[in-house]
Write a protein that binds this ligand. Structure first.
Ligand SMILES: Cc1cc2nc3c(=O)[nH]c(=O)nc-3n(C[C@H](O)[C@H](O)[C@H](O)COP(=O)(O)OP(=O)(O)OC[C@H]3O[C@@H](n4cnc5c(N)ncnc54)[C@H](O)[C@@H]3O)c2cc1C
Length: 456
């Protein structure tokens, strides 16, 4: 065998697996294959000046490379079983939380010291939410911020690079079983290992599907979350974000009984494009460094759509809706809430006249031509509900960017060791469909690494 362990994907799942293996068994020969660039080479060409929107790079630096989709993220590590994945269903709630806290300790040790840990439990805002039919989920949130998150990754890479072999710009094409292990094929050749950890995240979801088909591993895909990113003056949410930073608020609509939730809140942040398999959707960032902060806060409002038999392609459904916005707007569409309510499109002049400056250069348009009525109705209801706890939310000038889609990777059949039916083949992180967040993905990497270390 070339290696004891091959890790595919250098996102948080893969990185923490490599880190933990080196903590327990530094003598193991470990290689990491990553489709994207090394951290220092990762650069999104959008500068807001010469290049204003996504040009579809061969390897998207936002989604791929050392650090994975999390590298330029806001670095919010939510330490909770309430959202961010269902890792606890496999390894138990207590153990899942322990691993998330362990990941937090490592982040602090590698540059995150001094960053804030927020907590929602027992706050006055929780009471105010309940009084207004809104439900605040409990979580501790470590906010590293995009800048410190990058420093932590740099430091972890410095630690790993002398111990683990990294192959960047090297997507793995196939995985096959061989006697006593696995063989992976890349453009530069084939490599063998006794154990293989697959951690390819959302950007590797299509490829993951083919691997599961080829190896006959059972999968299921029934959920997609669709919605918009809301941007408003930071003052409107300041009383919430100053105390809690990130708040996950859930609302059940009166009209249909659908659940809408806030997601990925970025105080004084910026709205950004996200490219998933060539489809442009919207996301958000924020920075710890005051010099980089904006005057706006953004967050997503998402409606979960669960499908039942015979429909099996929930992500395909989400992609079709995102494609529609790309078709109409050439990318992401932005609309003032007031224009949406009055049934008219936003125009460049209406956006210009608003009392808020958009942080993303999106195409003014009409989201009612893109989002299904049921989803749009739910979002409008939620905006009015939020207005009661954060007056100003349902203001005419509040900006809605669409569409934001949260794709869930198909869930792959694995056991409590996150091991497939093939001994020594593990599927972890967002690529497994089990995690959807930095902390859960990282924790899944630690979990698998410890199991492997125990065996050797
Ligand atoms: C803009 C943005 C902001 C976000 N903010 C937050 C946040 O604040 N908090 C939070 O909890 N979550 C956030 N997320 C989600 C978070 O980044 C992911 O949940 C997390 O990165 C998942 O980790 P992972 O290791 O499973 O996968 P990923 O981070 O997606 O990493 C997978 C890696 O595998 C590589 N890969 C794919 N296919 C192959 C292949 N065939 N061969 C080799 N390599 C391959 C990819 O290039 C990628 O680098 C954000 C995501 C984005 C895009």
């Amino acid at each position: 065998m070339n290696y004891d362990v091959i890790i595919i994907g250098a996102g948080p799942g893969g990185v923490f697996a490599a880190y933990e293996l080196m903590q327990h068994k530094p003598e193991l020969k470990v290689a990491v294959f990553e489709a994207g660039h090394a951290l220092s080479q990762r650069r999104c060409p959008i500068d807001g000046d010469k290049i204003k929107s996504c040009i579809g790079c061969k390897s998207c630096s936002i989604m791929s490379g050392f650090g994975g989709a999390g590298a330029f993220s806001d670095g919010k590590y939510n330490i909770t079983n309430d959202f961010g994945g269902t890792l606890y269903e496999y390894i138990g709630k207590k153990h899942a939380l322990e691993l998330m806290r362990y990941v937090d300790e490592i982040n602090l040790r590698y540059g995150g010291e001094g960053t804030k840990l927020y907590s929602t439990a027992g706050t006055r805002f929780k009471t105010v939410c309940i009084q207004n039919d809104l439900h605040l989920l409990d979580a501790s949130v470590r906010h590293l911020g995009t800048d410190i998150n990058y420093v932590v990754l740099e430091n972890i890479y410095d630690y790993l690079k002398t111990r683990v072999e990294f192959f960047f710009d090297t997507p793995v094409q196939t995985i096959s079983t061989i006697d006593g292990g696995y063989e992976i094929k890349t453009k530069d050749g084939a490599y063998t290992c006794s154990e293989c950890i697959v951690s390819v995240g959302r950007s590797g979801s299509k490829w993951m599907e083919t691997v599961c088909q080829d190896l006959n591993i059972n999968t299921s895909s029934t959920r997609v979350d669709i919605g918009v990113r809301v941007e408003l003056p930071a003052e409107v949410f300041a009383h919430i974000t100053d105390e809690l930073y990130e708040s996950k608020i859930v609302y059940r609509t009166e009209k249909y009984g659908d659940k809408v939730r806030t997601f990925c809140m970025n105080p004084k942040g910026a709205v950004v494009n996200e490219n998933t398999n060539g489809i442009i959707t919207v996301n958000g960032h924020s920075y710890e460094d005051p010099a980089k902060q904006t005057e706006n806060t953004n967050f997503a409002l998402l409606v979960a759509k669960h499908f039942s038999e015979p429909f099996k392609d929930s992500n395909g459904y989400g992609e079709s809706i995102a494609r529609l916005s790309n078709m109409l707007g050439g990318g992401v569409i932005v609309q003032r809430f007031g224009d949406l309510i009055r049934g008219r499109r936003s125009t460049p002049s209406r956006i210009e006249e608003a009392f808020i400056t958009p942080t993303l250069n999106a195409t003014p348009g009409d989201l009612s031509l893109v989002l299904p009525k049921r989803i749009l109705d739910a979002i409008i209801e939620m905006l009015y509900a939020l207005d009661k706890v954060a007056p100003g939310t349902a203001n005419d000038d509040t900006l809605l960017y669409g569409v934001e889609v949260k794709f869930y990777n198909m869930e792959v059949e694995v056991d409590r060791n996150l091991e497939t039916k093939y001994p020594g083949l593990y599927i972890i992180g967002d690529g497994s469909g089990i995690t959807h967040s930095l902390s859960h993905a990282s924790a899944s990497g630690v979990h698998v690494a410890r199991n492997i270390a125990e065996k050797h």
